[in-house]
Design a protein around this ligand. Structure first.
Ligand SMILES: [Zn+2]
Length: 193
């Protein structure tokens, strides 16, 4: 199985890297990304592909259901480095419809302690989607859950000192987006600036 990816790497070098050697050699000298992208680990939501962003433009952190936990040391380090050292001007928090993590939170059918404990931080979004009336069908309710989770996690970003300071000093904007697996389009949900 892993051979497939190594073969893919050779194909990448031949077809993409080598023809743009000047660009990649310049990137080797350092990075200056335009934005920090925080998204879901889902294999179908690949930040650089869905935004047509070449290497070097997005500093990326991904976890299940794009959850912001200020007590997550990996996320804290990524944000601190992106904001303080790389001086990104934008943080994009991007969820996606059909998010397996949020569906698991919604139906409670996944019996995995690590996953369930992680997903607890999205519970307030579920409270909102649970309150929707009976005229909202299942698909729409799950879409609301995904969008509410983006709103919630966008707010949670402000619990992190570097983000709060950056926003207050007008040096940083935070964007909440949702990617649609069915159309390939990104929907803008909310913005903090
Ligand atoms: Zn997901």
């Amino acid at each position: 199985m892993s051979e497939r990816f190594l073969e893919g790497n050779l194909k990448y070098v031949e077809e993409i890297f080598s023809p743009a050697a000047d660009f990649y050699n310049e990137l080797e000298r350092g990075q200056s990304p335009r934005a920090l992208w925080i998204g879901c680990s889902d294999s179908r939501v690949v930040p650089n592909i869905i935004t047509s962003a070449p290497p070097g433009e997005l500093f990326v952190h991904r976890n299940i259901a794009n959850i912001i936990r200020p007590d997550d040391p990996s996320l804290a380090a990524v944000i601190s480095y992106a904001v303080k050292v790389l001086a990104v001007r934008d943080i994009v928090l991007c969820g996606h419809y059909g998010c397996g993590g949020l569906i698991a939170l919604d139906n409670g059918l996944v019996k995995n302690e690590a996953v369930n404990s992680w997903l607890e931080k999205a519970a307030p979004a579920k409270e909102v989607s649970d309150k929707l009336g009976g005229d909202v069908n299942e698909e729409e309710r799950l879409k609301v859950l995904v969008e509410e989770n983006v709103r919630l996690q966008l707010k949670n970003l402000l619990l992190i000192d570097e983000v709060k300071e950056g926003v207050e000093q007008k040096k940083l904007s935070c964007h909440g987006w949702v990617y649609d697996l069915g159309t390939g389009l990104i929907k803008v949900i909310d913005k903090i600036e």
